[in-house]
Design a protein around this ligand. Structure first.
Ligand code: ATP
Length: 309
């Protein structure tokens, strides 16, 4: 179990993290999400011991993770951190980068391990290439293989797939998360991509202005977001103020929770976007602009209803 207790941190005099408390269960994956500047990267750096907290503690089971004031070399063997800048050695090959932390004592095993990892991240054919000649996506794959090499107990990944093109991203993420699940590795990863957040996490942790404001399953976060900020981090959402539909509270509805029907609220279609399989209609309802998913390309006047009340 990874335990964060009353953690606070400031850069010089600027408070960035305030009273952070949460626990991560061993073997689970957690998406850490929040608007740009909310403090996600800073939190990962603190958890890895790259920064000294103003107050509070980070524990992996009984072992405390401390910052540079206590360690000459940051980091612990059981934990690996993938930074947004990859931290590769530019003048050495992909395989040497991946094998950087592996012992030279058992060379055959080392070679096999490197091959296994390069297969996992789809980099076998580039094994002899120097890191400086790789594309951004290839560097990111290599860096992922490197942090997995010693089979850590905990992985902290800062936007681990941000440089991989859409077509290959899901496949790579599926491989990496399946591998971590199988090995019982606890993963905390940041992402701004709804699919990545929802598909691969057991729980989603939401940050806002340096605080944790929610920790729930992806399904809960998507289907019953507590507020608009949380809803928008995981996809498009319509905010319908309470008085518009005689509801007690404002409603947060996803575009697929509104439906075009023969009898319902009247609206006007302003734009139609093809989103693959379905269309996203931008509609005007009274003085609100809403988005509604439909399998038809409507225009002009339509009627709609809410699927969720
Ligand atoms: N080295 C630094 N010195 C001073 N302020 C910093 C430093 N690094 C980050 N900050 C500030 O701390 C706050 C949190 O930054 P952080 O990088 O942790 O956010 P983030 O949530 O990871 O953002 P993003 O999603 O854009 O990566 C921001 O206001 C940022 O400007």
């Amino acid at each position: 179990m990874l335990k964060i207790n009353q953690l606070s941190f400031s850069y010089a005099t600027k408070p960035v993290l305030t009273d952070i408390n949460f626990q991560l269960k061993a073997g689970n994956s957690y998406a850490l999400i929040g608007a740009s500047g909310s403090g996600k990267s800073t939190l990962l750096k603190l958890m890895y011991g790259l920064l000294d907290a103003d107050s509070g503690t980070v524990f992996w089971n009984d072992e405390q993770i401390l910052g540079p004031a206590y360690h000459l070399v940051p980091g612990m063997d059981f934990m690996k951190y993938l930074a947004q800048d990859f931290d590769l050695m530019p003048f050495v090959s992909v395989e040497e980068n991946v094998g950087r932390f592996l012992s030279n004592f058992y060379l055959k095993e080392k070679r096999e391990r490197i091959n296994e990892l390069l297969t996992l991240v789809g980099m076998n054919e580039f094994s002899k290439i120097k890191a400086k000649f790789l594309s951004g996506g290839q560097m990111q794959r290599t860096a992922l293989a490197k942090v997995l090499a010693l089979e850590p107990k905990v992985l902290l990944l800062d936007e681990p797939f941000s440089h991989i093109d859409y077509h290959q991203k899901t496949k790579l993420a599926q491989h990496v998360f399946a591998y971590c699940k199988e090995k019982g590795i606890t993963v905390l990863y940041t992402s701004h991509t709804p699919e990545e957040i929802l598909m691969f996490s057991d729980e989603v942790i939401v940050m806002k202005n340096g605080s944790i404001i929610e920790k729930k399953t992806p399904q809960n976060i998507y289907e019953n977001p507590k507020n608009e900020y949380i809803a928008r981090l995981t996809g498009e959402v319509n905010v319908i103020p309470a008085n518009y539909m005689k509801n007690e509270n404002d409603l947060l509805l996803r575009p697929d929770q509104l439906k075009v029907v023969d009898n319902g609220y009247e609206a006007e279609v302003l734009q139609v976007y093809y989103i693959g399989k379905n269309y996203l209609l931008k509609i005007r309802f009274k003085d609100l602009i809403l988005f509604i998913e439909s399998n038809k390309k409507h225009s002009g006047k339509i009627k709609f209803e809410m699927i969720k009340s």
